[in-house]
Design a protein around this ligand. Structure first.
Ligand SMILES: [Mg+2]
Length: 273
């Protein structure tokens, strides 16, 4: 499918109409890094783009569900988004789920904490300081954006450890991640959330977001009453396949709040709404 290059007012009318017809059956789900935030060299300092939390708050009051589905742990996402009413935070690709002050875990995941902890110590001893090591407690990531020359080394080290310990390797932009071998990705998370909805929007920028796009393909193919909006946020590191498969392409994370406000305004002005 060829996507529309959309500005704030450029959303396809059909998607907006379906959402207006059933705001109580509509859910909006978002990746975080590169989608609701600008990519930065130090992943610890990344914040939502200006206006994102306000736009999500307004939208959350009008629709059934607003959620973040991220590689980040819940403890990172919570201070950034917990003020959004009813928001669901899926951390570590859905290994953790937070809502209304309570975190739950995918079955079996917590047994992997000692393995990850041992690998963090090993990484600190074996890898060059230029590679940033991110401790997510139940998984870990190596970031080499500030030293791309170490990318191959980070990936090979992670591949070796994944093989040795039975972990799963996930390669993202300038990042490689080691995760417990538990069947959760953005697609399985979104499919579960979408099962009670009629209209689902997903916003993403990276390779892991392809699983969410494809879950929406299957979900919407299962019933003519279901509408999916797959939104790719474009920047220099955006996954090319994601751009190919998107219904809408937005020009960078800074444009997302205005698009959400457009949706909220349309919902505010719906007949009888
Ligand atoms: Mg991303």
């Amino acid at each position: 499918m060829t996507a529309d290059r959309a500005g704030a007012a450029g959303l396809p009318a059909s998607i907006l109409e379906q959402t207006r017809a059933s705001p109580g059956g509509s859910g909006f789900y978002f990746d975080f890094d590169g989608t609701l935030s600008r990519i930065q060299v130090d992943p610890a300092t990344v914040l939502p783009v200006p206006g994102a939390v306000q736009a999500l708050t307004r939208l959350a009051r009008l629709v059934c569900a607003v959620g973040i589905i991220s590689a980040r742990p819940v403890d990172f996402l919570r201070p950034r988004f917990e003020e959004v009413p009813g928001v669901v935070l899926h951390g570590l690709y859905g290994l953790e789920r937070w809502q209304s002050g309570t975190t739950t875990y995918a079955p079996g995941v917590e047994g992997w904490e000692p393995v990850v902890s041992g690998l963090l110590a090993r990484a600190r001893g074996e890898l060059p300081d230029e590679i940033l090591i991110e401790d997510k407690r139940l998984s870990m990531a190596l970031h080499y954006r500030r030293a791309p020359r170490f990318g191959e080394r980070a990936i090979q080290w992670s591949r070796d450890q994944a093989h040795r310990h039975g972990l799963v390797l996930e390669i993202g932009p300038m990042t490689v991640e080691l995760k417990p071998p538990i069947d959760r990705d953005k697609g399985t998370v979104l499919a579960q959330e979408a099962s009670v909805l009629r209209c689902v929007w997903y916003f993403g920028d990276g390779t892991p977001d392809l699983a969410a796009f494809r879950a929406l393909d299957s979900w919407s193919a299962d019933s003519p009453d279901r509408t999916a909006a797959r939104i790719a946020v474009s920047h220099p590191d955006t996954d090319a396949a994601l751009l190919q498969e998107a219904d809408v392409i937005l020009e960078g994370p800074d444009t997302v709040p205005a698009v959400l406000d457009t949706v909220s305004t349309a919902l505010d002005h719906r007949p009888g709404g």
